[in-house]
Write a protein that binds this ligand. Structure first.
Ligand SMILES: C[S@@+](CC[C@H](N)C(=O)[O-])C[C@H]1O[C@@H](n2cnc3c(N)ncnc32)[C@H](O)[C@@H]1O
Length: 278
């Protein structure tokens, strides 16, 4: 089942289904001349030119996408070009420790794992046991090194478990100096209603000099409403994002340096926020 999983105060679980939408762009054959010079056409053109072996052009990755489709999972992974952007960022900052929230079938996880040195570490958190199972099969098929550790559970429960792996930033238990503790790169791509809490936990777990990357940070423009808009009138997926942007405004450059970039693709108008912990 796809969508958002949240735990209610009484312990019950609410699952909010995603809206159905086209899960892939029309191909050039299907769209004819209308394909070219559209966002989908440009995406297809760039993907055909820039997909790299070991990354977007990996045959095992394509098998993984098919395995996820066959299992009935939604096609809501990052695009191949965003996958390569994640890999470029992790590689260029020489990341060794990566945390992901929202695994799905492990598509983005694979780009990140392939960008790490073999002694690196990658943790990924997923609420749906079925998604986690398919992701695990994909990781085995891709023969990833480092091999991702999948944590099955609600993102906030897993991150806030006082006895769990995320009780302290990585490296603390090994007695490393504070400057060497924490994740280099944190990719957040799970339920949007917890985005602000993921930001708070992400800042706690991120190394100084590390980066938090939030997908779906624009919400087709719904994040931008007048400041006096009652919070109940703000689109539910945008509330947490707006809290993050408000926090960053108040921080005034003391803790983070951030940007957010809008993009258009076949899935529509969205984008990502990239937050550097100073
Ligand atoms: C957009 S998909 C992740 C896509 C993946 N990062 C990729 O690009 O390949 C979001 C995932 O978050 C999971 N999810 C939803 N609510 C969650 C929660 N509260 N905690 C953890 N994962 C959650 C969904 O089951 C889904 O697999």
């Amino acid at each position: 089942m796809s969508g958002t999983y949240a735990r209610n105060p009484d312990g019950s679980v609410t699952h909010t289904a995603r809206r159905q939408r086209l899960d892939r762009p029309l191909t050039a054959d299907e769209a004819g001349d209308k394909y070219w010079q559209t966002t989908a056409g440009v995406e297809g053109y760039l993907t055909s030119k820039l997909s790299a072996p070991g990354y977007a052009a990996d045959a095992a990755l394509a098998r993984g996408v098919q395995r996820a489709r066959d299992a009935g999972m939604p096609s809501i992974a990052v695009s191949p070009m965003v996958g390569q952007l994640l890999a470029i960022m992790a590689k260029s900052m020489k990341a060794t420790r990566v945390l992901e929230i929202g695994t799905l079938g492990g598509y983005s996880t694979a780009f990140l794992a392939n960008a790490l040195p073999s002694h690196g570490e990658i943790d990924t958190i997923e609420a749906s046991p079925m998604h986690a199972k398919i992701a695990q099969q994909n990781f085995l098929d891709l023969d990833l090194l480092p091999f991702p550790t999948t944590h099955v559970g609600f993102g906030l429960d897993v991150l806030r478990d006082p006895n769990g792996k995320f009780a302290a930033p990585p490296g603390v238990a090994d007695g490393l100096p504070p400057a060497e503790c924490g994740y280099d790169f944190i990719f957040v791509d799970a339920n949007k209603d917890d985005y602000f809490e993921y930001f708070v936990e992400g800042l706690r777990l991120c190394k100084a000099g590390g980066v938090l990357f939030f997908d779906n940070a624009i919400q087709a423009g719904r994040i931008a409403v007048p400041a006096d808009t009652p919070v109940d009138d703000v689109d539910a997926n945008s509330r947490g994002l707006r809290q993050i942007y408000d926090w960053i405004e108040k921080d005034a450059g003391k803790t983070v340096l951030a940007t957010a970039i809008q993009n258009v693709a076949f899935k529509g108008w969205d984008g990502f926020a990239i937050i550097h912990k100073l």
